[in-house]
Design a protein around this ligand. Structure first.
Ligand code: FES
Length: 232
């Protein structure tokens, strides 16, 4: 983990949410699913905010929305990271589903380039309006999630912690994983569980706790990306 500074050089708007462009040193740029904790030292904001990458730019990265409302272009941020466990897309995966169940698909966007780069077919499952996707990406509504889960050999999800109880039913996961195991078909799934992460693990505040098969885990340190098998 490193500490440093970043400069927010521009704000962007998508689906009514504000993201931005952050300049920082290369070793601070989070990989997909990892995050930085960023704090504006001159404001009264008491807590740092987790920021995730939505893609690459020269000298920094696109910051996924939402950003704290007081941040403006030119804001200088104290940052530390990269923190947490990110996505690990298996290189042999050829049918990849990215599933955005929250208010943004931006935290999954860096995976698009990785998936297309390894020659996979990619489906993005979301009910959001996303105008600037590569033409190779097939967009499916959330109502098609169960079918897409049966097609995919790797699935990356992004959802709020509060949505976890409904997810298993939405996926029909128990049924189709059992059928696939019997057929010897490989299937992996990971979920970025979005929670507040005010201390990033330094104070063990517990605000980011997630229930797993092995008890409580901290999204800030053990996640925020979890294998789906850990969660169900
Ligand atoms: S954010 Fe404090 S323990 Fe995770």
């Amino acid at each position: 983990m490193k500490q440093g500074t970043g400069e927010l050089i521009e704000l962007t708007l998508q689906n009514g949410l504000t993201g931005g462009r952050l300049l920082c040193s290369q070793n601070l740029i989070p990989s997909p699913g990892q995050y930085l904790l960023a704090h504006e030292p001159v404001s009264d904001a008491p807590l740092p905010a987790p920021v995730f990458s939505a893609g690459s730019i020269a000298g920094g990265f696109l910051v996924a929305p939402p950003l704290p409302p007081l941040w403006r272009p030119g804001t200088s941020l104290a940052v530390r990271g990269p923190l947490g466990r990110g996505f690990s897309m298996p290189a042999p995966a050829r049918s990849i589903a990215l599933v955005a169940l929250g208010e943004t698909a931006a935290r999954l966007k860096p995976l698009l380039a990785v998936a297309l780069g390894q020659g996979a077919s990619v489906a993005l499952v979301t009910d959001l309006d996303l105008p600037d996707l590569p033409p190779e990406v097939e967009v499916q509504p959330v109502s098609a999630l169960r079918n897409v889960a049966q097609w995919a050999d790797y699935m990356a999800l992004d959802l709020y912690r509060e949505s976890l109880p409904q997810l298993r039913e939405m996926l029909g996961l128990g049924e189709h994983v059992g059928v696939r195991r019997q057929a010897g078909v490989r299937f992996e799934a990971q979920a970025l569980v979005v929670t507040p992460m005010p201390c990033g693990g330094i104070a063990d505040c517990g605000v980011c706790a997630v229930t797993t098969r092995r008890g409580w885990k901290l999204a800030c340190k053990d996640g925020p990306v979890f294998n789906l098998a850990e969660l169900f």
